[in-house]
Design a protein around this ligand. Structure first.
Ligand SMILES: [Cu+2]
Length: 439
């Protein structure tokens, strides 16, 4: 069933998709809120994948990368070299409506734009430092001459504020890799400096997928009411992000029923994250050490992505629905949350609440039956948290509050996508396929 459906879709969509790829290949995503000096103004609109596109055949050249809430970095060709330009700088970043910070990133965003290239490419990456302190960039997992490895002090002098340095090497591998500073890492990583570096195989038909998503895991210490991440925190972070965004502001992953999907996850946070997908058994097909031989693939529903690792997972999205995709550590699917507070569950706080309300206007006793009521209160708007602090459980679904935050988003699989890969809204469950109330 799966196979025949895929073949059918491939036959229907092949030509159009191939044309889209050809156009997109030399004209990387152009839309960016911020223009770095050497980013050429590309002529064509970026969202080659956003137009109503027939199902992309995995047999063609494979999909371009969809960086959740992000974009790929444009390049220009200079004498056969693909030249990219990253600008390290301070930016204003919004995690989700209600929480903004001063972050450090690249080209106006955190994580920085995704570098997308092809095995065999000669690449030159210019790095301009507009930060108040020196930096460097390490190309994590990429095979290159030692002097291009970007370890400040070890393989090169640091890049001082105002300087631009060039890194140039030939890509001898393919897979999911990352870039990040190797200079004052405690501050620069804590502030959001990181990005994905994805190398496609030279033979694009090899292991091609229809939808190819990528995101980085990160943790942040933004104390309530403050606007700059605290780099001194080691374990007790309060914000957990996919590509520096919090649910409900994380893009959904939109795919058509029957498509082959790859999700690439990299981790530059301080914790390991067991990434769990509902509804499917996926194969873990590779990491930053490269694509694994088929015999090494594992069938899983949760894959832990350790610090400094990337993992690729793949599956055929053959069942429509709204499927949760999240870290399985329950505190990592919360937004700003106090830790180490007394446990009020089962405690009758009625009289205590009255007495405290007299002393503390606006005090809300809560948590007697659990913490769900917390979400209700903040959802109704009559409980306000500290300034610049998103409630810990948010996100309205079609049936109520989703009571999630942080590292949580939704894989939306649909038979029909009339608006291309735009968010199709909530899934409408066919009759007889949904849990029902018995009494
Ligand atoms: Cu986690």
């Amino acid at each position: 069933m799966k196979i025949s459906r895929r073949n059918l879709l491939a036959a229907a969509g092949g030509a159009t998709f191939a044309a889209g790829m050809a156009r997109g290949a030399e004209d990387p995503h152009a839309h960016h809120h911020h223009t770095a000096p050497a980013e050429p103004a590309a002529a064509t609109p970026a969202h080659t994948h956003a137009a109503p596109t027939p199902a992309a055949p995995a047999s063609a050249q494979g999909a371009r990368i969809t960086t959740l809430n992000g974009r790929s970095l444009p390049f220009r060709r200079v004498n056969g070299v693909k030249e990219f330009h990253l600008v390290a700088e301070e930016i204003e970043h919004e995690f989700a409506p209600g929480t903004k910070i001063k972050a450090w990133g690249y080209n106006g965003i955190t994580p920085g734009p995704t570098i997308e290239a092809v095995e065999g490419d000669r690449v030159r990456i210019l790095v301009t430092n507009r930060l108040p302190e020196h930096t460097s960039i390490h190309w994590h997992g990429i095979l290159l001459p030692c002097g291009m490895d970007g370890v400040g002090g070890l393989t090169q002098p640091h890049i001082k504020p105002g300087e631009t340095w060039a890194y140039e090497f030939t890509l001898r591998q393919h897979g999911t890799h990352m870039y990040h500073p190797h200079a004052d890492e405690v501050v620069q990583l804590a502030s959001g400096m990181m990005g994905l570096f994805i190398i496609h195989p030279r033979d694009r038909a090899q292991d091609a997928v229809d939808r190819d998503f990528a995101f980085l895991l990160h943790n942040w210490a933004v104390h309530p009411g403050t606007y700059r991440p605290d780099p001194s925190v080691m374990t007790d972070f309060d914000l957990w992000t996919f590509n520096s965004k919090l649910f409900p502001a994380i893009d959904p992953l939109v795919v058509r029923t029957g498509q082959r999907v790859r999700i690439r996850v990299g981790n530059l946070s301080m914790h390991d994250h067991p990434i769990h997908l509902h509804g499917f058994r996926f194969q873990v097909t590779g990491g930053d050490g490269g694509r694994w031989p088929r015999a090494q693939w594992r069938s899983e529903v949760t894959e832990s992505v350790a610090v400094g690792q990337t993992r690729d997972i793949e599956f055929v999205a053959d069942v429509p629905g709204d499927w949760a995709l999240h870290c399985h550590k329950s505190h990592h699917t919360m937004n700003a949350m106090g830790h180490g507070i007394p446990n009020p569950i089962g405690v009758d706080q009625a009289s205590l609440g009255e007495r405290l309300s007299a002393l503390l206007p606006g005090y809300h006793p809560m948590g007697q039956g659990g913490m769900a009521e917390h979400a209700e209160h903040s959802g109704m708007g009559h409980m306000h948290g500290p300034e610049n602090t998103i409630p810990m459980m948010v996100g309205h679904g079609p049936f109520g509050n989703v009571e999630m935050g942080g590292m949580f988003t939704v894989l939306k699989v649909r038979d029909r996508l009339p608006d291309g890969y735009a968010d199709p809204g909530w899934y409408e469950h066919p009759r007889g396929t949904q849990a029902w109330r018995v009494e």
